[in-house]
Write a protein that binds this ligand. Structure first.
Ligand SMILES: [Zn+2]
Length: 202
């Protein structure tokens, strides 16, 4: 692979789209320094960014990797279509998982509140009251590890400072302060702490 040629090709396509390096960086949620590095042939975009570039420039992965428009054989077209399909499927699955998490959260909260209400208002022995409240906690105990796993692996978190998108580790999600799905975490790219939002696409 000729990185210099690929870099020139990216620059050429970007200009055809009338985008500055900055504007392209914003579209891909990365820094403009990264774009400049690609265009000078210092490094290559990662797979996710390659796919985004192909969509944006309406070119194929083969075009991008060759640094020019190439004629693809039919089997190569099929391969590329399959690759894109895998990515689309992951996005759809992540969306469903996040919806499932909301539903599970509602069910456990309603169960808990109902049991606490019954325990608080009903006439019953003290041990019965305590038992009801404890039972109310059980769905939470079962649900929370699943929910955290979904939060960690479905979609990505975005750093507000450098716009880097990534999948965090389980402990960093588990222990992070959060407000809804937005979590206070340290960015693996710029190493600054901030409130990282959940996003579906990389
Ligand atoms: Zn960052």
């Amino acid at each position: 692979m000729d990185q210099i040629k690929i870099g020139k090709f990216i620059a050429e396509k970007r200009k055809e789209e009338n985008l500055t390096q900055n504007e392209l960086a914003e579209k891909l949620y990365i820094s403009d320094r990264a774009i400049s590095k690609w265009e000078r042939g210092i490094c290559l975009p990662d797979v996710d960014n390659m796919i985004e570039l192909c969509k944006l420039f309406d070119i194929t992965i083969s075009d991008l990797l060759n640094g020019e428009i190439v004629d693809m054989k039919d089997n190569e077209k099929v391969l590329e279509e399959e690759l894109l399909e895998v990515i689309r499927m992951k996005e759809a699955k992540d969306k469903h998982l996040l919806q499932l998490e909301v539903v599970m959260g509602c069910i456990t909260s309603i169960t808990f509140l109902t049991l606490v209400l019954i325990a608080g208002l009903g006439e019953m022995a003290e041990w019965m009251r305590m038992t009801l409240i404890l039972i109310g906690f059980i769905p939470f105990m079962i649900m929370v590890p699943f929910a955290i796993r979904i939060e960690q692996t479905a979609g990505y978190y975005e750093c507000p400072k450098c716009k880097y998108r990534y999948i965090p580790t389980y402990p960093s999600v588990l222990w992070a302060q959060h407000f809804g799905r937005t979590r206070k975490m340290r960015c693996p790219n710029c190493h600054q702490k901030g409130w990282h939002k959940k996003v579906i696409r990389k």
